[in-house]
Design a protein around this ligand. Structure first.
Ligand SMILES: Nc1ncnc2c1ncn2[C@@H]1O[C@H](COP(=O)(O)OP(=O)(O)OP(=O)(O)O)[C@@H](O)[C@H]1O
Length: 701
């Protein structure tokens, strides 16, 4: 198992509306609406007074004859395999039409769905195109069933795709290898499902216009079974994760990434290429409303994250469908991960799953609307070919090895030819020698013959001379025949020698040429390797620098983290104290409340009735009114008294004045004495001018 960085689906270039590159596929996202059958869990729920028995929001062949569906508030009233779907709202008053790539009802099985809607995208992946299959829909609508399936008979898209891919690979002459990665996005955090050792959190990175999930585990696989086993292990981990994180299957998005590397043989120009393509299969989390799901606490947080990512997906789909320049991919991890898939370089199919329960009508409608938008998104998929450096290197090595063999073979041939040439030379020499010897013998014979002829003497010996001349002639002829034979033999040897020489020269030339070619090739390869090596070295250096930077940054981050942990601990300590104080306060308040309740309870017994209170209130206000009336009366009286007193005072003052002037009025004196007495004091002298003020105040009440 290797732990490395791998890419998700190539370039994010948006498809242009103009001409497309050769072998590029210009199409839209293929949207297939799948209506799942009614299950016991969709037991009839009464959703309106007019809907007494409903269990399906769409008409199925089974429900068709029962006449129930058309009485529902909202329902799928018709659909065709060609993808036409009609949705009726308000008991059929409003009708909305949708058009998808296909529409499959409950009667369509996994095999039919796969072979008609998905298979060609999978085989496209084997030809070098990226492919993406998504399952979207409300919780319980059949996404996992569609993607994974149940058992062999109901196997879903994932096992069927893997089977097809391995089968195609076994039939191909090319060298095809597979690897898989498996991840989940839970509450906006990416987890590696194939890393059994840790629960590391992964990040999405971008480099050279290529998105990748950093450090995501990529496992080379050799069979469908090993893939399924790894997925099972991942799912088990997911189940474990669900206890740790409270994540259930529907709470996270699960994505399986299959990378296919197809190596082709080098062409005549010696260029070896490889296609590296991805098949991404995503089981999205279920869309649902908090109210509907009754989510609380952690579940609510999950739901928030799911809805955030699904609505981000919806926003991206809307922006792409409307051909907007800005697509908000960065709004969620899901959309960032699918950036190159949606509207980019990947053939994409989306199976939109719909539940039949009539309580789901609202969700069904928004699912259908989302699907409609998705079906307008354009994609431009192209074959993803790269230079296969590994193969190129291996092939060159093999070629060089082969050239070496050829040179060696030719060298041997040359050596053999040289030996034969030497032999031919020797044979020629022998023949020359023999010819020389024969010539000498002939000369000697000639001389002997002439001598014999002279000794035989003249015409008398005519018969003998004739006989000798005949022998001589015969001898001469024999010698000539032998000579000719030798000449022929020498010529043949010469010819063979010349031929050998020619072959030797040709072999030597060809060997030289091949050696030269091989030398050039080697030089080119060495140059290429050198460049690659230089690139690798500079990349390694960069990597080291980045690692160095990262380790510095990581150290800083760790320090920060430690500081934050300390802070959190302190805060927690403080919070605990505050909590304790709060708890104490709450306890006190609770006790106080209890006391009050007790008091209230005891007061309740003494409490008068509401009528009695009203009566008392009326009595009280009557009394107050009367008192106010009385006060007003008294104030009027007092005012009158004050006026009378003023007049009286004035009169008394005049009288006192007069009597003082006269100093003999006994009546005035008596009055004065009386007044002084009333003023209350022994030794108090009442002056006539001041008497009014003191008395005036007293008389006010
Ligand atoms: N086409 C179908 N035929 C038969 N049964 C189906 C079909 N689709 C779904 N089901 C059944 O419906 C139930 C819910 O399906 P499934 O678990 O796939 O839903 P889901 O959308 O993945 O839910 P979640 O979002 O919670 O993961 C399962 O019991 C499944 O077997």
């Amino acid at each position: 198992m290797s732990n490395q960085t791998i890419g998700f689906s190539g370039s994010s270039r948006r498809p242009s509306t103009g001409g497309s590159p050769k072998s590029a596929i210009n199409e839209t996202i293929r949207v297939v609406c799948r209506l799942r059958p009614s299950l016991p869990m969709d037991a009839p729920k009464v959703s309106s007074p007019r809907d007494g028995v409903g269990a399906a929001t769409f008409i199925t062949p089974e429900s068709m004859g029962m006449g129930g569906a058309s009485s529902y508030e909202s329902f799928v009233s018709n659909f065709t395999p060609e993808g036409n779907l009609t949705y009726s709202k308000n008991w059929g008053e409003e009708v909305k039409s949708f058009k998808y790539s296909g529409c499959v009802g409950p009667e369509v099985d996994q095999e039919e769905l796969y072979s008609k809607q998905i298979k060609d995208i999978v085989s496209g992946v084997m030809d070098g195109y990226h492919g993406t299959i998504l399952a979207y829909g409300q919780t319980g609508s059949g996404k996992t069933y569609t993607m994974k399936g149940e058992g062999d008979a109901s196997a879903g898209v994932i096992p069927r795709s893997l089977r097809d891919m391995f089968e195609l690979a076994s039939e191909s002459v090319d060298d095809i290898t597979f690897s898989i990665s498996y991840l989940q996005i839970y509450c906006e955090v990416i987890y590696d499902m194939l890393d059994t050792s840790s629960r590391k959190v992964l990040s999405i990175r971008e480099k050279d216009n290529r998105l990748y999930v950093e450090n995501l585990t990529e496992v080379p696989v050799k069979s469908v079974e090993s893939c399924l086993e790894l997925i099972k292990e991942g799912d088990m981990k997911r189940a474990t994760a669900s206890t740790l994180l409270n994540a259930q299957s529907s709470r996270s998005h699960a994505a399986l990434l299959v990378t296919v590397t197809r190596r082709k043989k080098a062409d005549k120009a010696g260029k070896a290429t490889a296609c590296v393509s991805n098949l991404v299969m995503v089981d999205l989390a279920g869309s649902e409303r908090a109210k509907q799901s009754g989510a609380k606490f952690q579940q609510f947080e999950e739901l928030k994250a799911i809805n955030l990512s699904l609505s981000a997906l919806g926003n991206c789909v809307s922006a792409l469908a409307a051909d907007k320049t800005h697509v908000p991919y960065r709004d969620s991890k899901l959309t960032r991960l699918l950036q190159h898939t949606l509207g980019g370089n990947s053939r994409t199919a989306m199976v939109v799953c719909v539940r039949p329960g009539n309580d789901d009508a609202g969700e069904t409608y928004s699912t259908l609307m989302f699907a409609m938008r998705a079906s307008n998104v354009k994609v431009l998929a192209k074959v993803n070919t790269v230079l296969d450096y590994e193969k190129l290197y291996k092939d060159l090595q093999l070629n060089l090895d082969g050239s070496g063999d050829d040179v060696h073979r030719m060298e041997l041939e040359v050596v053999n030819l040289k030996i034969e040439l030497e032999k031919a030379k020797e044979a020629t020499q022998v023949a020359e020698n023999q010819r020389g010897a024969l010539g000498k013998r002939l000369e000697m014979s000639e001389r002997g013959f002439q001598a014999s002829l002279a000794a035989a003497g003249g015409e008398d010996n005519g018969d003998l001379v004739e006989a000798i001349e005949g022998v001589s002639e015969k001898w001469q002829q024999e010698v000539e025949a032998i000579q000719q034979e030798y000449v022929k033999e020498i010529e043949a040897l010469k010819m063979k020698h010349d031929q050998n020489l020619k072959a030797y020269k040709a072999a030597a030339n060809s060997a030289n040429f091949d050696t030269e070619e091989a030398g050039f090739e080697l030089e080119r390869a060495q140059k290429g390797h050198l460049e690659t090596l230089e690139n690798v070295t500079s990349l390694t250096e960069k990597l080291r620098e980045v690692e160095k930077e990262n380790s510095g940054r990581i150290a800083e981050l760790l320090d920060e983290l430690n500081a934050k942990i300390l802070l959190i601990e302190e805060l927690q300590g403080g919070r605990e104290k505050t909590e304790k104080a709060h708890n104490k306060k709450i306890m006190e308040l609770v006790m106080r409340l209890e006391e009050l309740e007790e008091v209230q309870q005891s007061q309740k017994a003494d409490m008068v009735s509401r009528d009695a209170v009203l009566e008392m209130e009326t009595l009280f206000s009557d009394t107050v009114e009367k008192l106010m009336h009385r006060v007003n009366q008294l104030e009027g009286k007092a005012k009158e008294n004050r006026e009378v007193e003023q007049i009286g005072n004035k009169h008394v003052d005049q009288k006192i004045q007069q009597s003082r002037q006269k100093n003999s009025d006994p009546h005035a004196m008596a009055l004065l004495a009386q007044m002084e007495k009333n003023a209350g004091g022994v030794g108090v002298r009442v002056e006539p001018g001041r008497l009014r003020a003191r008395n005036g105040r007293k008389q006010a009440f």
